[in-house]
Design a protein around this ligand. Structure first.
Ligand code: ADP
Ligand code: MG
Length: 241
């Protein structure tokens, strides 16, 4: 589902640099990304989604070489294939909850908004406990409600790949589990791949694999990162995987 090789990325300003020699996430896998703040977790999601472009290396997402696409094609690919839960949610304040959930259908001509989609949006909202807030403006929601609306918006298009950036970051324990249950149930039911950035170490056991970002630091030694990956592959092979 995700294949990265020889990826190097840096922002135009500043000295942050990301180097990922090799990273593969097979279809249907549930992966957690952990690592200190500022280690590049959000940056990686943006590279996988084609929001940012690497200086060198390859990023294949769902079989598509994202950086070979022009802006329009990349956007259509993203909308059709990926559900994104942004760290800052990115809700539109002047839209109500239902319209925020349906936003992908409003801004992309390639998606068709019909009754079934609306019903699905409402069902998702009910499921995360914001079904009674559908008509409320985003600016009048609590942080937890905003987050859950963002999760619904990511799922409404039935993406094959879910990229969730700290989706439980602002939630109390009950709602953390609820949001994670929804992401996992969705991934299982649809056979979707789930990549989740999280700081909640007590949630990690739910994931098939945990990737720690410490090893992707250009300064910290790309070789160490490559060795980690090789060791892991060897372990996997030894385990009969
Ligand atoms: P994380 O999600 O792991 O906390 P990020 O991927 O957001 O980290 O950021 C990695 C580094 O890149 C940080 O040092 C951050 O300040 C920097 N950074 C993030 N976005 C930008 C940007 N748009 N322009 C320049 N630097 C950025
Ligand atoms: Mg981040």
């Amino acid at each position: 589902m995700i294949q990265i090789s020889g990826l190097r990325f840096h922002y135009g300003d500043g000295d942050f640099a990301l180097h990922i020699p090799e990273l593969r996430v097979p279809c249907g896998e549930a992966v957690a990304l952990i690592g200190p703040s500022g280690s590049g977790k959000t940056t990686l999601l943006n590279l996988v989604a084609g929001i940012d472009t690497p200086a060198s290396g390859r990023v294949r997402t769902a079989g598509v070489e994202v950086n070979a696409l022009d802006d329009g094609a990349r956007r259509r690919f993203r909308v059709g294939t990926i559900g994104l839960v942004f760290q800052e949610f990115e809700l539109l304040e002047y839209l109500d909850v239902l319209d925020n959930i349906l936003l992908p259908y409003r801004i992309n001509a390639s998606l068709h908004l019909d009754r079934a989609v609306r019903d699905r949006a409402v069902a998702l909202a009910n499921r995360v406990g914001i079904g009674n807030k559908l008509g409320r403006y985003a600016r009048r929601l609590s942080q937890g409600e905003r987050q859950r609306a963002a999760v619904c918006r990511a799922l409404v298009t039935r993406p094959r790949l879910l990229l969730a950036d700290e989706p439980t970051g602002n939630l109390d324990p009950a709602n953390k589990d609820r949001v994670l249950d929804i992401l996992f149930d969705y991934a299982r039911d649809e056979g979707a791949t789930l990549v989740t950035v999280t700081h909640d170490h007590d949630l990690l056991e739910r994931f098939g694999r945990v990737i720690d970002f410490k090893r992707f630091h250009a300064g910290a030694g790309a070789e160490a990162g490559a060795e980690d990956e090789a060791a892991k592959a060897a372990q996997g092979a030894g385990g009969g995987a």
